[in-house]
Design a protein around this ligand. Sequence first.
Ligand SMILES: O=C(O)CCC(=O)C1=CC=C[C@@H](O)[C@@H]1C(=O)O
Ligand SMILES: [Mg+2]
Length: 369
Amino acid sequence: MEIKSIILRQIKMDLLHPFTTSVGTEEDKDIILVEVKSKSGLSGWGESVSITQPIYNEETVKTNWHMISDHLIPLLYQEPVTHPDEVSERFIKIRGNYNAKAAIEMAVWDLYAKEKNMTLAKALGGARDKIEVGVSVGIQQSQAKMLKQIDGYLKAGYKRIKVKIMPGWDVDIIRLIRQEFPHIQLMADANCAYTLNDIEHLKALDEFGLTMIEQPLAHNDIVDHARLQDQLKTPICLDESIHSAEDARKAIELGSCRIINLKIGRVGGLTESKKIHDLCELHNVPMWCGGMLEAGIGRAHNIAITSLNNFTLPGDTAPSSHYWKRDIITPEVEMKDGYIYIPESPGIGYEPDLEQIENITSYSRFYHY
Ligand SMILES: O=C(O)CCC(=O)C1=CC=C[C@@H](O)[C@@H]1C(=O)O
Ligand SMILES: [Mg+2]
């Protein structure tokens, strides 16, 4: 791969519906896109999942600009890249900033797959031709609205329903959903809203047959989750706590979780994602691909990684129309009978819609190799 230049673009997209979790509400997104152009004329694309507030992790769109421009691109440019695995090795001395690292590394992986004339899914070792689709339902203004939302999503074919919970919006709403929909695949995401003082309260969720409770405790905890998992029948799934294969190894060894939510941005890219996948497969820990309200580029990468064998649970990779009036890829991501079919074109398999990207670009920066 002979990289010729890199273009960073910041786009602004309005969500079709505000998305509320225990940490806040998102109505629109500023998104950094990375385009890596090669001398062969091909382009690889990546997307940062950072938002403007440091509330999911410590990164923001602004810190991404600084880290990508002043630290990561200079490291990438130090010498030619022959395989995408080299990118995360080159970034290893930079602490954290996983979203920023992933945005560049994903673009290099996409370029690599295109130059090999392979789908990104195949280049990553994926074998699936379709993936099961779940949906994450934000906290709603009322219980009635929540039930109506869920009913609509089930009719649309989603294979799994994920609801957000927090103190004051948890046992009652889960009980109500279970009464209304006794047999659906149902999970709850707490986004770190509880502490070990809530163990007895969280045990009340055990009667509802949830497939998992996602990230009940602190974003940087693995030890207390092990103590909580000891007391819960329901499997704990870790999201925010897992930034690397090393974190996953420790969580598995301590019994902190029985399921892992993989987010490519949270772990610094696709190479680390593959390492976590292989470790979880070795220990029979099922995985699924989480979502960060991505635009089409990030969504395409999520679809590709979900083609790997150990992604056995429906992810949060809903179709483009669930989020956006108009996505930034053609074709847009579509769902058929609760499945998304892995595209067969090389790389991420979806074409960036350059006209639409241009229309919504706030500003961009060009880097010659
Ligand atoms: O992208 C989607 O549809 C899922 C979005 C989602 O559930 C989340 C997005 C961003 C941060 C979190 O609050 C939450 C998650 O933890 O998965
Ligand atoms: Mg989560």
